[in-house]
Design a protein around this ligand. Structure first.
Ligand SMILES: Nc1ncnc2c1ncn2[C@@H]1O[C@H](COP(=O)(O)OP(=O)(O)OP(=O)(O)O)[C@@H](O)[C@H]1O
Ligand SMILES: [Mg+2]
Length: 229
């Protein structure tokens, strides 16, 4: 039985990832190792092209590693079959991307509920979606569509959607990268406010050293590996 307070929630062991292209393999990650506990908040920093998004994609089980292991709550997700992996990802991992990835044809409430359609979250899903939208300050916009929102409001909706299943790990890839300073600050505030330091693990890629300074831990990527700052 794992003790969630002391056992690592996320272990990354000698992780390597090369993209296969017509011109041959492009090595991006060459040996990334770190381990994070529940409650950690971690900033991932590094120059453009160093593999930050690649790392998040692999941790988020959207892409397979070329070598090495990922363990989430002790489970190697890449050992799961396709259907089990989809369910595991849906339940355990929340994603917030740089450009929100909301579906334009749906309202905010429907967007937040989308993850619960594939794997129903029970009768309380709509109540939780409304509560999350309230917490991100968008209760008055439930029936609006993403095109009617500002960039910061879209990101706040994306955060609500990512949290609908109370993920074990919230992965954010430059969530404030497209926002002006004030919206970026309010989106960052929300991430910290909604992050439960007893329970969840927050991993955020950012180019902002100011934002990185607000996290418990900082991982710097360079040359395919990473070190803790
Ligand atoms: N599908 C792909 N096929 C081939 N190469 C890829 C692919 N995806 C990414 N790369 C390459 O992998 C490297 C790392 O890309 P990645 O997107 O992970 O960088 P990043 O650190 O997130 O950069 P940025 O800060 O600009 O977002 C880059 O050189 C990129 O060109
Ligand atoms: Mg990136």
């Amino acid at each position: 039985m794992m003790n969630p307070r002391t056992d690592p929630r996320l272990e990354v062991l000698d992780l390597a990832k090369s993209y296969i292209t017509d011109g041959g393999p492009v090595p991006v990650l060459t040996g990334v190792t770190f381990s994070l506990a529940a409650g950690d908040s971690v900033a991932v920093v590094g120059p453009s092209g160093c593999g930050k998004s690649t790392l998040l994609q692999v941790i988020g089980t959207l892409d397979e590693p070329t070598r090495g292991k990922v363990r989430i709550e002790g489970q190697d997700p890449f050992e799961l079959g396709e259907a089990d992996l989809a369910r595991f990802r849906n339940e355990k991992i929340g994603f917030v991307f740089q450009d929100h990835h909301l579906l334009p044809q749906y309202t905010l409430l429907e967007n937040v509920l989308l993850p619960t359609l594939a794997f129903p979250g029970g009768p309380s899903a709509e109540g939780r979606a409304r509560e999350l939208l309230r917490r991100v300050g968008l209760s008055h916009r439930l029936d609006h569509r993403p095109a009617q929102l500002s960039g910061g409001e879209r990101q706040r909706t994306a955060i609500a959607r990512a949290l609908i299943h109370r993920p074990a790990i919230l992965l954010c890839d430059e969530p404030t990268g497209n926002l002006d300073e004030a919206s970026a600050a309010s989106v960052a505030d929300l991430l910290f406010e909604l992050h439960d330091p007893g329970e969840s693990l927050l991993v955020v890629v950012t180019h902002s050293m100011e934002l990185a300074g607000r996290f418990d831990r900082r991982l710097q990527m360079r040359g395919g590996t990473c070190i803790e700052l």
